[in-house]
Write a protein that binds this ligand. Structure first.
Ligand SMILES: [Zn+2]
Length: 184
């Protein structure tokens, strides 16, 4: 949930901001249940390969140290919650929060077997993170009301949801996620 993917950002997703309050409810429930919350963010150097000047598909976005790279100001970040940077290598794209990070090891160390995933964007980072999480053997619940897609092609998000379902991801809404988290 970074500024550049929200309204006014360099790579704004339509209604991207709208999932922040929903995510906050889930984060609050996780804090109450004493469950860990992880954040991942694009943290690109100015010459990242995904930028058009380098032949990539995207305008420059989430450049290290800029306001656009910051997490949304209204997003509730529990004190001490890990914020994992990805896409910092100029020559490597990293849509997944597991790519080039120690997220898998961190989850494993905490004994995490099941994750609730939300944020931006459905058709890239949410999808790729889900596929990697499934490969790591995790149970993955996608909160469908807490994600939004870029939709460079109109059906990209629906195709991504199908891909995630085929990989064994569970599609739920945030209300069910909060029930599950609170009962944990
Ligand atoms: Zn990026």
């Amino acid at each position: 949930m970074q500024n550049d993917f929200c309204q006014g950002g360099a790579l704004a997703v339509k209604d991207g901001d709208s999932v922040v309050p929903t995510l906050n409810l889930v984060i609050d429930a996780s804090i109450r249940a004493n469950l860990p919350v992880f954040f991942t963010r694009d943290w690109h150097p100015a010459n990242h390969c995904s930028f058009r000047a380098q032949g990539g598909p995207w305008p420059p976005h989430c450049v290290q140290g800029t306001r656009g790279a910051e997490l949304h100001p209204e997003l509730r970040i529990p004190p001490g919650a890990p914020i994992l940077n990805k896409g910092s290598d100029p020559s490597k794209e990293a849509y997944s929060g597991f790519q080039g990070t120690d997220l898998k090891e961190r989850l494993s160390r905490l004994g995490v077997k099941e994750i609730f995933l939300g944020g931006l964007t459905t058709d890239y980072c949410v999808k790729e993170s889900t596929l990697d999480a499934r490969k790591a053997g995790l149970v993955v619940h996608i909160m469908q009301d807490a994600i939004k897609g870029v939709n460079a092609h109109p059906d990209d998000s629906s195709v991504a949801l199908q891909t995630m379902r085929s990989a064994g991801a569970d599609m739920i809404d945030s209300r069910k996620a909060i029930e599950a988290i609170s009962g944990a």
